[in-house]
Unconditional design. Structure first.
Length: 316
C-alpha cells in the first residue's frame, strides 16, 4: 500500500491559479514565507480550469485564465527546492460561478442532451495532462478531483479514469471528496489515500470525526484533510465553508477554530495531517493582516497556532 509521510503538515498554495500570477518574484516570496512562517513540510499546488456552465462538456485547460504548464512546473520546482513535498491538484471550476459540485448530467443518455460520457472524456484529457506533469516533476501525490459531489456516483467512470492515471503517474493517488461525503464515495478502494474537505462547524468536529473514522477503518487506508480552514471573520466558525458569509474581520474566530480542530484531530491517530486552505500567490501587506477577513492566516493570530502545531507534529 502506498503511504505518505507519518505526518502531513501542509498548506494549499496558488489558488485559483490565475495566469500571470505564478513564476514571478511575488509568487516566489509568497511560497518562501509560507514555509518560513508555518513550518510546513508539504504543499498542494492547486489551480483551476474553467468549463462554461455545469452542463458543459468542454474543459479548455490550456486557455487563460488557467496558469500555463510552465507556471505549474515552476511552482512544483520552487516548492521542491525548499524541501517541500508536493501534491499536484488540478481542479475544474465553472465560469458562471456555479460550484463544481453541481456539475451534473442525466444518468441515462438522452438524444440531443449533453452526456456524462462526453464530460468524462474532457475531464480525462484534463487530468491525464497534469498527471504526466506530476510524473515528470516527481510530485509525491496526485489529486484526481475535488468536491465533485454529483460526479461521485459515477463509480465506473472514476475507476476507469484512475486506471488510466496509473498508466501515466507512478505515485500515490487521492480524491478530495467534499465535506459530509466521506461515507458516500463507493470507490475508495481504487485510490491510495482518502482525503476530504474538513470544513466542519466548530462544535461538530467530534461528531464528524466519529463518522469519518468508520470509513477509514472500513477501507484500511491512510486519511488526511486535503482542505480545512476558516475565514478570519465573525460567524465563520459555524459555517467555515461559506467564503461569502457576511461579517467583520475577526482574527480570534480563526485562531479559536484552528485550536479546536487541531485538538479534536489530535485524539485520532488515523488523521495523517492537513493541507490547509489557503495561501495565495500574491500576499496582502503584513500591515493589512488585521483587516483581511479571508482564509489566509498570514500575519494573523492563527498563524502561530498552526506553526507551533506543525512543529510539534513533525518533531514527535
Amino acid at each position: 500500500m502506498k503511504k505518505l509521510d507519518p505526518y502531513i503538515a501542509g498548506m494549499t498554495w496558488g489558488w485559483t491559479g490565475v495566469r500571470g500570477t505564478w513564476g514571478n518574484g511575488k509568487a516566489e516570496k509568497s511560497m518562501e514565507l509560507m514555509k518560513q512562517r508555518l513550518n510546513v513540510n508539504w504543499t498542494a499546488i492547486a489551480f483551476g480550469a474553467l468549463q462554461e456552465h455545469p452542463q458543459s462538456t468542454e474543459i479548455p485547460y490550456w486557455e487563460a485564465p488557467t496558469v500555463t504548464d510552465d507556471e505549474v512546473i515552476w511552482a512544483i520546482r520552487k516548492a521542491k527546492s525548499m524541501g517541500l513535498k508536493v501534491v499536484l491538484k488540478p481542479v475544474v471550476n465553472v465560469r458562471n460561478g456555479t460550484w463544481r459540485a453541481h456539475i451534473n448530467f442525466f444518468d441515462m443518455d438522452v438524444p440531443c442532451e449533453p452526456k456524462w460520457s462526453e464530460w468524462f472524456a474532457a475531464y480525462e484529457a484534463f487530468i491525464l495532462h497534469y498527471a504526466a506533469i506530476a510524473e515528470e516533476t516527481g510530485c509525491e501525490l496526485f489529486c484526481i478531483g475535488c468536491e465533485m459531489v454529483q460526479t461521485d456516483r459515477r463509480e465506473l467512470e472514476w475507476r476507469e479514469l484512475i486506471a488510466k492515471v496509473r498508466n501515466v503517474y507512478s505515485g500515490p493517488i487521492t480524491y478530495n471528496c467534499d465535506k459530509y461525503q466521506e461515507d458516500h464515495v463507493k470507490w475508495w478502494d481504487a485510490v491510495d489515500i482518502i482525503s476530504s474537505s474538513g470544513y466542519y462547524p466548530i462544535a461538530a468536529w467530534e461528531e464528524q470525526l466519529d463518522r469519518i473514522e468508520a470509513v477509514v477503518k472500513h477501507h484500511g487506508k491512510q486519511f488526511f484533510f486535503m482542505e480545512a480552514g476558516v475565514p478570519s471573520r465573525t460567524g465563520s466558525e459555524h459555517l467555515p465553508n461559506d467564503w461569502g458569509l457576511q461579517g467583520s474581520p475577526d482574527e480570534e474566530v480563526q485562531k479559536r477554530y484552528y485550536e479546536t480542530m487541531f485538538t479534536s484531530c489530535d485524539r485520532r491517530g488515523w488523521v495523517s495531517g492537513f493541507m490547509l486552505w489557503d495561501w495565495p500567490p500574491r500576499l496582502y501587506d503584513l500591515s493589512d493582516a488585521s483587516a483581511n477577513d479571508d482564509y489566509c492566516m498570514y500575519g494573523k493570530q492563527a498563524e502561530s497556532v498552526i506553526a507551533q502545531y506543525y512543529t510539534r507534529k513533525t518533531s514527535d
